[in-house]
Design a protein around this ligand. Structure first.
Ligand code: ADP
Ligand code: MG
Length: 287
């Protein structure tokens, strides 16, 4: 494409809230085979809400909220908000520790407590009944966090984050254009699959630790695919830089936005389709 055609292409997309850093990025977009999406805050709204509490509700929520008070994770915000709405006392904890991609741990009134994924269950007791309940909640597309106190799981908190209303349409339109769609998430396989089914995503890669995301992008590239990654978080920055095209949500962290070649100002995945259409137009025109 001529420099002018590139300028027209990037200006056209900017009008739609799709900021493309330069003409090279626009060209990469026209060659894409696969679009990989982060889940939380990218496919979903990123404002999770507590839907169910298993166990002694007051105690489970009070312990969890006291730990999550010090966390910046979206799940933590949901738990603290729920505890506040129930007027529960949030205690000061000691020795707080955030375990990336897994959860949080702290000393709660002299006892070791944790809140997080099943990856934190190695050295604790959990009843079969509680395991079954966790399964059931995950099948409903709810993220389950386990609340542990003194070597035992005392309860579960189910949290739901709904897909953005526009996600399904964006994924349908990408598939119509022959692209493969993949979800890459740290969340549990069942939850990820339930949400993927909802929005029509082809493939799910779940249970991924934050430092593994970029490696999964590389694997897809090694199969010969040109890959875009769409994400919003601090943890997404390496994957955004590794992908052939990094696409950041405008609502994302500064580091995610800096790592992306494209920014979706409106946080709407249909922006990926717009970028694709404009790139095809820009590069066909001169043929
Ligand atoms: P995502 O890829 O969806 O952004 P993360 O990598 O941030 O997910 O987290 C993966 C999983 O680790 C979460 O689904 C949750 O089970 C657990 N987790 C991480 N941080 C916390 C926290 N502060 N409180 C509870 N659970 C957490
Ligand atoms: Mg995210």
């Amino acid at each position: 494409a001529t420099p002018t055609a590139l300028m027209v292409g990037t200006a056209r997309s900017a009008k739609m809230g799709v900021l493309i850093k330069n003409g090279e990025v626009l060209q990469e977009v026209s060659d894409l085979d696969t679009v990989v999406f982060d889940k939380t805050g990218t496919i979903t709204v990123g404002k999770p809400e507590v839907t169910d509490i298993v166990g002694d509700q007051k105690q489970v929520l009070a312990v969890a909220a006291s730990l999550e008070e010090s966390s910046e994770h979206p799940l933590a915000a949901a738990i603290v908000k729920k505890a506040e709405s129930e007027k529960l006392t949030i205690e000061k904890v000691k020795e707080f520790e955030a375990i990336e991609g897994k959860g949080v741990k702290a000393n709660y009134n002299g006892q070791i407590a944790f809140v997080g994924s099943s990856r934190l269950l190695a050295d604790v007791n959990i009843s079969q009944e509680m395991m079954n309940q966790a399964d059931e909640l995950q099948n409903q597309a709810k993220t389950v966090v386990y609340v542990g106190l003194n070597g035992e799981v005392i309860g579960l908190i189910a949290i739901q984050d709904m897909p953005k209303p526009s996600s399904k349409q964006a994924i349908t339109e990408l598939k119509e254009r022959g692209l493969k769609t993949v979800m890459l998430t740290g969340d549990n396989e069942k939850v990820a699959q339930a949400i993927a089914n909802d929005v029509g995503i082809d493939q799910v890669i779940a249970g991924v630790l934050p430092n593994e995301k970029a490696m999964h992008i590389k694997k897809l590239q090694d199969q010969g695919d040109k890959v875009a990654f769409v994400g919003d978080g601090i943890n997404d920055a390496p994957a955004l830089s590794t992908a052939d095209v990094g696409i950041a949500m405008g609502s994302g962290t500064d580091i995610a936005i800096d790592s992306g070649g494209i920014v979706l100002v409106q946080n709407d995945l249909r922006g990926v389709v717009r970028a694709l259409d404009i790139s095809k137009k820009t590069f066909n025109r001169i043929k």
